[in-house]
Each structure stands twice: as structure tokens, then as C-alpha cells.
Design a protein around this ligand. Structure first.
Ligand code: LIP
Length: 215
């Protein structure tokens, strides 16, 4: 429904969607205006009735996201961001917390969906580096929707978020919303959070995506 409605209005635009990728369509981000869509982010939550589920839609032009929308229909929370024009929840401006002290920070992360042993070891070791006797965040939450995790950072409900192994449709809208709310997003290469292209995945114990509030 989302793709056919948008295609009717913008017949020359391209699409990247979680369900189309699952159906075998090629995922390729080009300079053409491209809608990046996750119709249900937080699928496991949806199945269990855990109310942390969202539709995530981003529009990228020349490989840069210019519009991002994440909507939690259950809680009726609509997060929006437009490049250079700020970020909003239900129309009201939102901002990251500005917290820079790890011990005062609420960390958000995810287990991800695969249970591959090597990956899970990395997930637990990454969590351990933020939650130990010497160096600890104030708390940690794993809520099941990357898009909404990122929106929590954008409204200052959490202070930092990372996830090992993530897809473009999970983060495209959320990353713009965080940046427009004054936060930062980057990947393990140290680059500014590339949308497609995470060459270090699987080879580095670093965090693939880490959002914090230094900006
Ligand atoms: C899921 C997420 C979840 C993350 C998984 C997965 P889905 O998306 O947002 O938070 O841990 O890696 O990508 O499959 O529910 O759209």
C-alpha cells in the first residue's frame, strides 16, 4: 500500500523496502529519489502485542536522506525530520538530551534477529563494555524496534544507541530525525553513518552504529 500510493504520486522514484528485499528485489541506493521503507519495524513486538512497533519511511535524494517519518500507530507518536528544518514529535520540536557522562546515560541497544553464535558473543561483549563495575551506563534498554530506539534518542528519552547488524530501512528515517534533533550518527568506519555500506561488519568488534549527543 505504501509503495503503490507513493508510486502513483512519484512515478520516477525508486524504492527500497524490507519486504521487497525479502522477496528477492535488489537493494541499491542510487542518486535517484528513493523511498526507503520498513512497513513494520519491531515485527517480534507486533507478534507479541508489545506496543513498540513503527512504520518507518525515509526519502533519499543523491544518497542523502532529506525526509524521515517514524510512526508508532499504537501509541500515536509521529516522529518527523526534514533536512535542515528540525525534528518533531506530533508536530512539536524535539531535542536530544545533551548528556555526555556515560554513568548518567541510558543506553539503548538490540539483540537483533539472528542467533548466530559469533554475532551473539559480540552483542554480549559490546553490552559488557557499557555495563561493568568499572565503566557503566546508568541503565540499558532493549526495546525491539531500531527506528523507535533512534526516536527515543531524538526526544532525549535515551542518551545513546548502538546495534550490531542493522539494515538501511531500520535506520534511514531515524538517523535523520536524530541529526535534526541535534544528535550524531556514525558507523564503525568512523564515517558519518553511511546508509548502505558497512565494510567492517563481521570483522570488527566495534559498534556498527552509535548515536550520542556530542552535537
Ligand atoms: C528489527 C529491528 C530490531 C532489530 C532487528 C530488526 P524488523 O526490524 O528494528 O530492533 O534488532 O535487527 O532489524 O525486522 O522488525 O523490521
Amino acid at each position: 500500500m505504501i509503495i503503490s500510493t507513493l508510486r502513483e504520486k512519484f512515478p520516477t522514484h525508486s524504492f527500497i523496502g524490507e519486504e521487497s528485499a525479502a522477496a528477492g528485489e535488489k537493494v541499491e541506493l542510487t542518486d535517484n529519489p528513493t523511498w526507503i521503507i520498513d512497513p513494520v519495524d519491531g515485527t517480534t513486538n507486533f507478534v507479541h502485542g508489545f506496543p513498540f512497533v513503527a512504520v518507518s519511511i525515509a526519502l533519499s535524494v543523491n544518497k542523502e536522506v532529506v525526509v524521515g517519518v517514524v510512526y508508532n500507530a499504537i501509541l500515536d507518536q509521529m516522529f518527523t525530520g526534514q533536512l535542515g528544518k528540525g525534528a518533531f514529535m506530533n508536530g512539536k520540536p524535539i531535542h536530544v538530551s545533551g548528556q555526555e557522562d556515560l554513568s548518567q546515560s541510558l543506553l539503548i541497544s538490540e539483540f537483533g534477529s539472528s542467533r548466530d553464535k559469533e554475532k551473539m558473543d559480540l552483542v554480549f561483549s559490546n553490552l559488557g563494555s557499557f555495563l561493568n563495575e568499572k565503566n557503566s551506563a546508568h541503565g540499558c534498554r532493549l526495546l525491539g524496534s531500531a527506528a523507535l530506539d533512534m526516536c527515543q534518542i531524538a526526544i532525549g528519552g535515551g542518551d545513546m544507541y548502538y546495534q550490531y547488524g542493522i539494515h538501511v530501512w531500520d535506520i534511514a528515517a531515524g538517523a535523520l530525525i536524530i541529526r535534526e534533533a541535534g544528535g550524531v550518527v556514525w558507523d564503525t568506519t568512523g564515517r558519518n553513518g553511511e546508509l548502505c555500506g558497512t565494510p567492517q561488519v563481521g570483522t570488527s568488534p566495534n559498534l556498527q552504529l552509535f548515536c550520542t549527543l556530542l552535537g
